[in-house]
Design a protein around this ligand. Structure first.
Ligand code: B12
Length: 146
């Protein structure tokens, strides 16, 4: 599967720091990252995923409106015949006091994995390697085992 990752902040959300860190972490891990930046529409995610033959679409949302912004997102991807793994992460609900419920909500919306704002980028990288069946490099294997 493609090692290209399309990444962006959905809706009207303008929080840019998190995806900048994710872009650097995924690039350092060997992925080709297409960073769409903040305030990205559902259609822009879909267009970029098609244009770059993405293996994964990573959605970030911090401002508490992710559920509204992601309604119908997977229908848009499906209409464009995109068969990529989809992750979402950040501050996904206002307050976010019960993350398991939040996770369930976004799983029902179609996301393959749902991450909270405490997620270390390495955790998402390891998950994506598993989902895309990518092996870590020899150097990374040595680093992890030492
Ligand atoms: C800086 C900041 C701002 C700046 C943003 C500047 C900029 N251009 O980036 C400004 C002042 C503009 C701002 C505005 C607003 N903000 Co603000 N902001 C913050 C703040 C203090 C820090 C965010 C940040 O940069 N964190 C550092 C980065 C490294 O962490 P991160 O963003 O969480 O990202 C990491 C993880 O979440 C995770 N992650 C994120 N996305 C994804 C995706 C995937 C797939 C994965 C695996 C992981 C992942 O990995 C990232 C890297 O480690 C947070 C509070 C906080 N301490 O988090 C509030 C916060 C996010 N903001 C909040 C709010 C409410 C707003 C406003 C709506 C306020 C208002 N009423 O105007 C507006 C929204 C404006 C808009 N259109 O987006 C709330 C959101 C509440 C909620 N979700 O319940 C927060 C949590 C503050 C709070 N406690 O109330 N904000």
């Amino acid at each position: 599967m493609s090692q290209t990752v399309v990444l962006g902040v959905i809706g009207s959300d303008a929080h840019v720091v998190g995806i900048t860190i994710l872009e650097q972490a995924f690039s350092a891990a060997g992925f080709d990252v297409v960073n769409l930046g903040v305030q990205t529409s559902q259609e822009e995610f879909a267009e970029a995923a098609v244009a770059h033959d993405a293996g994964a679409v990573l959605v970030s949302s911090l401002y508490g409106h992710a559920r509204q912004d992601c309604q119908g997102f997977h229908d848009v991807l499906e209409s464009a015949e995109i068969d990529a793994v989809t992750y979402i992460g950040g501050n996904l609900a206002v307050g976010q006091d019960d993350f398991e419920r939040t996770r369930e909500t976004f799983r029902e919306l179609g996301f393959d994995r749902v991450f909270d704002s405490e997620t270390d980028p390495e955790e998402a990288i390891a998950a994506l390697r598993r989902d895309l069946q990518i092996r870590p490099t020899e150097t990374e294997r040595v680093t992890v085992s030492s």
